[in-house]
Design a protein around this ligand. Structure first.
Ligand SMILES: [Zn+2]
Ligand SMILES: [Zn+2]
Length: 890
C-alpha cells in the first residue's frame, strides 16, 4: 500500500483523522512545514518548520527542557506511575526471543507481544485493556549507527501504550490527551515545546492515521490508530480497532538529562566507568556541539561516513580530538549497547551461533571483542555484565536469575573468538593476496564454513562494504527448509475427523469410510494418531488392510493403506497396533523429561530445537553451545530416570492460549508456535510444562527406563540426543551387558595368553648358552622351533623375542665365524627380521634384510655381517618366512 497516498487522503480531511479534542481545548494550530510541507500541530504561533527541519533540533543537549533529571530506570518509573494512575495495567515485558511467532526471531515492537498468527491472519490478544509495557525490542538493521549517532541502539525499551476502544479502553482523544499530559505534567515539559506531526501507518493489510510527538526535534513517541483494512478507497473499518502507541524510553531519559548522547543516561554507571578506564577527558561543550551537529546532519545526509565527516568539519574538531575522544567514545558506547542486548537475548534463551537469529548475537559479541582489541582495552566482561544487571534489575528483575548463565555463554563465545582470530587473520591475508573482492556467495561460504564474518573482512580491508544482499541471502538459506509443503487434497465437504486419540483413545473401534483418495481413506472417526509434532503415525489395520501412514490435512485425517481399500460408505473395524503406539508414547513423554533434565543439568539456554519419536528409537535436538561430555550425558540420564522413579503424574489440560501464556510463560512453546486458540498443555507435575499435541503416558513410571544411546553436535548451537525408553531401553541395557561381558572375557583371555608368552620368553633367554653349544656341535633344535643346517640356523617361532634374537645371534657368530643366524619376529605392528653372519659363513646379512623387508613392504639396512629390517604388511609374513629360511639355509 502506498503510504504517501493514504497520508495525502487523510491530511485532506484533518478534522476527521487528526483533530483530537486536546487540540481544540488547548488551541493547537495546524501548520504546514515551509520546508517540507508536512502538516504538524503546535501551540507556538511563530513556528513555521516541522520538528525535523526546525532550528531548535536537538537543542536539549546540554540544556534540557525539564527541571528534573531522570535516568533510564527513573524515567520508566515515572511513565509507569503515570499510566497506572490513569487506569492502565502495567504488564511485564515479553521475551525478546519471539517464541510465539515463527516469522520473527526477535521481538521488534511492543505490539508484537500481543499478535498471534492464525493461518495468514494476525489476531490480537491483550492480557489487559488498556495496558502499558516496557518492551525490550531488538533491531539489527542499523548496527553501524550504534555508538556513532548518539541515539541508535541495537535494543531499546519501547514504552507500549495499547488500547482497544471497547471493553474499557479508549480511542484517539484520550490517547493523545494522555500522551500530552505524560510529557507536560509528569515530565514537566512546557506545552509549547510539544509538536504533533501528521503521519500514517500501514502494514499486514491494515492501516490508520498516526500522530508522532516531538520535543525539540526528538521524536519521543508515535501513536498509531489502526482502524482500516483493505486497499485505500475500498477499505472497511476493522472489527477490532487498536491503539499502538510506541515511545522510546531511552529518549525520555535523554530529553530530561540533556547528555551529549542517549547512551550517557541509559547504561547506568557503565559509561562513567568506561570513560575512567579509557581515560577520556572530554570537554562537555565540545561534545554538545559535536553530537548536536551529528543529529542535524543525520537528517541531511544518507551516508553515515558523510554525516561524520561533515560534523567533524563544521565543529572544527582536530584529528587529535577525534582519535583521543570521539573514536574511543564510539567504541565505548558500542560495547555498552551490544552487551545490554546480549544480556537480554541470552536471559531469554537465545544462543550466539552462525544460524538464524543467533547470527546477530555472535556478530555483536565479535564487534565487542573487536572493539576491545582495537582500543587495546583491559576489560573484564563479567564486571560489565554485573554493572548492567545491577542497574537494570529494578525494572527487569528476571535478569538476576540468569546472571551466571549470561556470563558462561559470553565467556565461552569470547574464548572462541580468540581461538579463531589467528585463523581468520591467515585467511584474510590469503584473500588479500588474491587481489579480487569475494562475491556474496563466497562471503557466505567463508562465514558458514570458516566463521569469518563480513564485518571482520571489512575491518581488515578485504572488502570495502558489506554487500546489501548478504544478510538476506544468508537468512534465506536458513529458512528454506522451515516449511514443507503439504500435498494438496480437495477436502471440501468432508467433515473434520473425530479424533478419538484425544478422547478415550480405543485401540479397536468401528468407523465409516467417508472418502477414498488415491493416497488413502478418510474415516468419520479415528484412533490412529496422525504424524505430527515429531511423533510418528500409528500403524495397524483398517478392514484387514495394513495402515502404513497417517497424516493430518487441516482437521481431516488421511489413512494410507497397503493392498487395497474398503468400499465407500462401509462401516469398517479398525485396529491400532497398540504395542507400537505404547512405545512411541513412552518415547514422547521421555522427550519432555529429557528436555527439562538437560535444562536442569546444562543451563537455562536449553530449548527443544526439534524432536522425533518412533517406536524403537527417538531423538531430541536441544540448543546448546558445545558437545556434551560423558559426565553431562550421564547426569542428564540420571536426572531423567529420577523423574521416572518419582512416578510423577502426567496431566493434559486445554487452555485458552492467552491464559496458558500468562500462567506458564513462553517456555511452553518448546515444540514451536501453536497456531490455534486453544492450547493443549501437557504437564509432568511442576517438572515440565509444554504445549503439545502428542500422546503421553499417565504416570512417569510407565516409561520404565530412559537410556541415551548417542549424542552428537549436529550444527552450531544444536546437540542431538538419541535415546530409547521402555522395553526397548531394557533390551538395550541387556545387549550392552552381553557386549560388556563378552569384552571382559576376551580381555581376560588375551591377558592370560600374553602372560604365558612372556613367561616362555623369559625361559628361552636362559636357554641361549645351551642352544649355541648345540648349533655349533650341529645338533638338531627342531623341537625348540629352530631350523638349522650345519652351523646356519633360522627361527620364526613366537616364543622368541627381540632380546633373544639379538643375544643369541650375536653370541653365536662371536664364538664361531662359520655360523650364521636369521630370526623373524613381530614387534608392535611391524614384522622384523634380524641377521647375524660370521665371516666364513657364506651368508650376506644385508642382502637378506633388504629382500625380506621389501616383501613386507618396508626397508632393510646393515652390512654383510649384521643387518635388520621389516615392514607392516602382515599378510606377507608367511612368504617372508619361507624366503628368509631358503636364503639362509639354502
Ligand atoms: Zn519539514
Ligand atoms: Zn511433545
Amino acid at each position: 500500500m502506498d503510504k504517501n497516498q493514504i497520508l495525502k487522503e487523510f491530511s485532506a480531511d484533518p478534522d476527521r483523522y487528526y483533530k483530537v479534542k486536546l487540540f481544540e481545548e488547548q488551541g493547537f494550530i495546524r501548520k504546514s512545514c515551509t520546508k517540507c510541507n508536512r502538516f504538524f500541530w503546535t501551540l507556538d504561533p511563530s513556528r513555521t518548520l516541522c520538528p525535523d527541519d526546525g532550528v531548535d533540533t536537538y537543542s536539549f543537549i546540554g540544556e534540557p527542557p525539564t527541571t528534573k533529571r531522570f535516568d533510564y530506570t527513573q524515567a520508566w518509573k515515572k511513565v509507569e506511575e503515570f499510566f497506572v494512575k490513569n487506569n492502565h495495567t502495567s504488564v511485564s515485558r515479553y521475551p525478546v526471543v519471539c517464541r510465539w511467532r515463527d516469522d520473527l526471531y526477535f521481538t521488534i515492537a511492543s505490539i508484537v507481544d500481543f499478535q498471534r498468527v492464525m493461518g495468514s491472519k494476525v489476531v490480537f490478544e491483550f492480557p489487559a485493556n488498556p495496558l502499558v509495557v516496557p518492551q525490550i525490542c531488538l533491531r539489527f538493521k542499523d548496527l553501524e549507527n550504534v555508538g556513532v549517532t548518539g541515539r541508535h541502539f541495537s535494543s531499546f525499551c519501547m514504552i507500549g501504550q495499547h488500547s482497544i476502544p471497547d471493553n474499557g479502553g479508549y480511542w484517539k482523544d484520550e490517547c493523545v490527551d494522555l500522551d500530552f499530559k505524560l510529557l507536560t505534567q509528569q515530565f514537566g515539559i512546557k506545552k509549547e515545546e510539544v509538536v504533533f506531526v501528521e503521519d500514517v501507518w500501514a502494514g499486514g493489510g491494515s492501516f490508520g492515521s498516526s500522530l508522532e510527538y516531538f520535543v525539540r526535534g526528538l521524536e519521543l513517541g508515535n501513536a498509531v490508530f489502526t482502524e482500516f483494512q483493505g486497499e485505500l478507497g475500498e477499505h472497511t473499518t476493522l472489527d477490532q480497532k487498536i491503539i499502538d502507541m510506541g515511545a522510546g524510553l531511552e529518549r525520555f531519559a535523554w530529553i530530561t538529562t540533556g547528555t551529549p548522547t542517549a547512551y550517557d543516561c541509559c547504561f547506568g554507571p557503565i559509561t562513567n566507568y568506561l570513560m575512567g578506564k579509557i581515560g577520556i577527558d572530554a570537554d562537555s561543550e565540545m561534545l554538545r556541539r559535536y553530537f548536536t551537529t551529528i543529529a542535524k546532519n543525520l537528517e541531511i545526509y544518507d551516508d553515515l561516513s558523510e554525516v561524520r565527516k561533515q560534523t567533524i568539519k563544521t565543529t572544527g574538531l582536530t584529528k587529535d580530538q577525534l582519535n583521543r575522544i570521539i573514536t574511543p567514545l564510539e567504541g565505548m558506547y558500542l560495547i555498552g549497547d551490544h552487551l545490554r542486548t546480549l544480556i537480554f537475548a541470552i536471559t531469554d534463551g537465545a544462543l550466539p551461533s552462525n544460524v538464524g537469529g543467533g547470527y546477530n548475537l555472535r556478530m555483536m559479541l565479535r564487534r565487542i571483542n573487536g572493539t576491545i582489541d582495537r582500543m587495546n582495552l583491559k576489560l573484564d566482561i563479567d564486571e560489565l555484565i554485573d554493572m548492567h544487571i545491577d542497574y537494570l534489575k529494578d525494572t527487569y528483575p528476571e535478569l538476576e536469575s540468569k546472571r551466571q548463565d549470561v556470563k558462561t555463554i559470553l565467556n565461552l563465545e569470547s574464548q572462541r573468538y580468540v581461538e579463531s582470530k589467528s585463523r581468520m587473520g591467515k585467511m584474510a591475508t590469503k584473500l588479500k593476496d588474491k587481489g579480487r573482492v569475494p562475491s556474496v556467495e563466497e562471503l557466505i561460504t567463508l562465514y558458514e564454513s570458516d566463521g569469518i564474518t563480513p564485518e571482520y573482512l571489512k575491518e581488515v580491508e578485504v572488502i570495502s562494504e558489506i554487500p546489501s544482499s548478504f544478510y538476506a541471502k544468508l537468512s534465506d538459506l536458513h529458512q528454506s527448509d522451515k516449511k514443507k509443503s503439504m500435498e494438496y487434497l480437495s477436502l471440501e465437504n468432508i467433515p473434520e475427523t473425530d479424533m478419538l486419540f484425544y478422547k478415550d483413545d480405543p485401540m479397536e473401534f468401528e468407523a465409516k469410510v467417508l472418502k477414498i483418495f488415491e493416497k488413502g481413506i478418510v474415516l468419520d472417526r479415528t484412533s490412529f494418531y496422525a504424524r505430527g509434532g515429531g511423533q510418528e503415525p500409528d500403524h495397524g489395520t483398517i478392514a484387514g488392510f495394513k495402515v502404513i501412514d497417517v497424516n493430518k490435512h487441516g482437521g481431516v485425517i488421511l489413512h494410507e493403506l497397503e493392498g487395497g481399500f474398503p468400499s465407500l460408505g462401509d462401516t469398517v473395524s479398525c485396529k491400532v497396533d497398540s504395542i507400537r503406539r505404547a512405545n512411541i508414547t513412552k518415547n514422547h513423554t521421555s522427550t519432555h523429561i529429557l528436555n527439562s533434565s538437560a535444562r536442569q543439568v546444562l543451563g537455562s539456554w536449553i530449548w527443544q530445537h526439534s524432536a522425533f519419536k518412533d517406536d524403537d528409537h527417538a531423538r531430541l535436538d536441544i540448543t546448546h553451545h558445545s558437545s556434551l561430555t560423558d559426565s553431562e550425558v550421564a547426569d542428564i540420564e540420571k536426572t531423567a530416570n529420577q523423574i521416572i522413579a518419582k512416578d510423577m503424574s502426567v496431566t493434559i489440560e486445554n487452555y485458552d492460549r492467552g491464559t496458558a501464556e500468562q500462567k506458564y510463560g513462553f517456555k511452553i512453546y518448546q515444540g514451536g508456535v501453536v497456531p490455534v486458540k486453544s492450547v493443549r498443555i501437557v504437564s509432568i507435575e511442576d517438572f515440565d510444562v509444554e504445549a503439545c499435541g502428542g500422546t503421553h503416558v499417565k504416570k512417569t513410571k510407565d516409561i520404565e527406563l530412559i537410556k541415551i544411546t548417542k549424542t552428537k553436535r549436529i550444527q552450531d548451537g544444536v546437540v542431538r540426543l538419541e535415546f530409547v525408553s521402555g522395553p526397548i531401553a531394557q533390551e538395550y541395557v541387556k545387549q550392552q551387558e552381553i557386549i560388556q561381558t563378552q569384552n571382559k572375557k576376551e580381555f581376560v583371555q588375551k591377558e592370560i595368553k600374553e602372560k604365558t608368552r612372556e613367561e616362555n620368553k623369559e625361559k628361552t633367554r636362559e636357554k641361549i648358552p645351551t642352544f649355541i653349544e648345540k648349533i655349533l656341535s650341529e645338533e638338531s633344535l627342531e623341537s625348540e622351533g629352530i631350523n638349522s643346517k650345519g652351523k646356519l640356523c633360522f627361527t620364526a617361532d613366537e616364543n622368541y623375542d627381540e632380546y633373544f634374537h639379538q643375544n643369541f645371534g650375536k653370541k653365536l657368530v662371536a664364538k664361531d665365524d662359520a655360523a650364521a643366524f636369521c630370526g623373524i619376529f613381530e614387534s608392535g605392528p611391524t614384522i622384523r627380521v634380524m641377521i647375524f653372519a660370521g665371516d666364513k659363513s657364506g651368508v650376506n646379512a644385508g642382502k637378506i634384510a633388504n629382500e625380506i623387508a621389501s616383501i613386507l613392504g618396508g626397508f632393510g639396512g646393515g652390512d654383510a655381517k649384521f643387518a635388520q629390517g621389516g615392514g607392516k604388511d602382515t599378510s606377507k609374513k608367511d612368504a617372508a618366512i619361507q624366503k628368509a629360511k631358503s636364503m639362509i639355509l639354502g
